[in-house]
Design a protein around this ligand. Structure first.
Ligand code: GDP
Length: 206
């Protein structure tokens, strides 16, 4: 699985459950619409986008977690492939963006938290950090959230980030509305990590 990566040095990846708005975000960043396959919202292979002269690729990794019409086995395979991909390209990946649905994330996370269960998004966020990949939480669909501060603080808590959320903005947490292109906070956070990697030349993409 996942042997589609173009030969590029630097990379930024997007991760998240299906339906959080990753394709929408990818479209905002690249200006390109991706064919996500037979079933809307179900992407089984990464979508890579690379710009001709640049040694850089942005990758939308397949959604994980429950996807209707996709068997548990396939979902496990997808998750394993994502983990392998991150391990293999950890040195190239300058930033990993975990995309959440701001309205649904806390409920989903709490439903999947237990003695032997870690919610996928929390696991992936931790895994990125373990691999030394700077991780950003992009909290999408903020247009549907009324109690913004409360919600963002609750999300921080779930990911082991000490509230108040404001202190993580610009680096680790980015409330966005991908649908309308309100993604400045995400661009700022990604740029922060590109700058830390001495790759200010890639700012033009974010
Ligand atoms: P993906 O499965 O993660 O790639 O999700 P999509 O990009 O296909 O989006 C899933 C649904 O969420 C679509 O109906 C989008 O229009 C919607 N969506 C995406 N971003 C936003 C947003 O910022 N606000 C709202 N309200 N809906 C959004």
């Amino acid at each position: 699985m996942f042997d589609t990566r173009p030969e590029r040095d630097a990379e930024v990846v997007l991760l998240g459950r299906s339906n959080v708005g990753k394709s929408t975000l990818m479209r905002q960043i690249t200006g390109h619409t991706f064919d996500t396959g037979r079933k809307p919202g179900v992407t089984r292979e990464p979508n890579h986008y690379d710009w001709a002269p640049e040694d850089f690729v942005i990758t939308d990794l397949p959604g994980f977690g429950f996807m209707s019409g996709v068997s548990d086995d396939v979902q496990d395979d997808i998750k394993t492939a994502i983990v392998r991909y991150l391990e293999t390209y950890a040195d190239n990946i300058l930033c990993g963006v975990v995309v959440l649905d701001g309205k649904a994330a806390v409920d989903i996370i709490d439903r999947h938290s237990g003695p032997d269960e870690v919610p996928h998004a929390v696991e992936m966020f931790g895994f990125l950090r373990e691999l030394g990949i700077p991780a950003v939480l992009a909290v999408n669909k903020m247009d549907k959230v009324d109690n913004r501060d409360e919600r963002l603080d609750a999300i921080c808590e779930r990911f082991g980030l000490l509230p108040p959320w404001k202190q993580w903005e610009g680096e680790t947490l980015a409330p966005i509305v991908a649908k309308t292109g309100r993604i400045d906070t995400l661009n700022e956070a990604v740029r922060h990590h590109l700058h830390a990697a001495k790759r200010d030349d890639l700012f033009k993409f974010f």
